[in-house]
Design a protein around this ligand. Sequence first.
Ligand code: GLP
Length: 250
Amino acid sequence: MQFIVAHDYEDLSRRAARVLADLLGSLPKPVIVLPTGNTPLGMYRELLKLALVDRVIFSGAGFIQLDEYASIDEDDWRSLAGWLRRSFLDDANISPSSVTNFRSSAPDGAMEASRMERAIGTAGEIDISVLGIGLNGHIGFNEPGSAADSPTRIVQLTPQSIRSNAEYWGSEAAVPRQAYTLGLGTLSRARRTLLLVSGAAKAQILHAAMEGSVTPQVPATFLRQLQNVTVIADREAVALLGREGGPRLC
Ligand code: GLP
């Protein structure tokens, strides 16, 4: 695992964008898993800046949505597909045909998850998965208890995830109770994984993820079993690392 400590959020965002830009520049048809949330917003802004200089930077690339709320209209502005379009894809001129999305309104969640797993197979090998981490250690919507080999599926959101998504939905009651996520098993097939972690609020869970016991109760600990993982975390997020004889940062 490569661990990079960024000075601050802007530095983290620039470094993350650089990793993706290098990949986009080195492969004709890279396949990239894209996350949502606040953490990757700066990376998307940096990528859009790079696209002003290199207008064909995204041509040929395929993108896969990491997670999505279930049982909502596909044109609901709160869908994560809509969030990705507004935050990045539209301004980057990435055509919808280059993006593999969950169908949030699919009537049968299990069938939709299998369709997505097959669609990911058709898109090709995943060259890089860009991930954030939830306060409870979830990756995508792989909530505590998710097995390291779990497939892409529909899941029940935990009360903590419902709480942390309440602001986005306006209230806890409005947050969908189920969501789709690429499984940890699906994500483990990626050639490379990039985890982005920012802010003091994430210090405790980053500590558990990097230095606690590997357990399905903290799904992010599964990243320590993968081969080619880069963590970019800012100084606030790494505040609790390396204090108990755990891995020292370099
Ligand atoms: C959400 C998403 C995750 C995301 C995480 C962290 O619930 N399902 O994919 O990584 O929470 O979000 P943020 O970056 O806003 O802290």
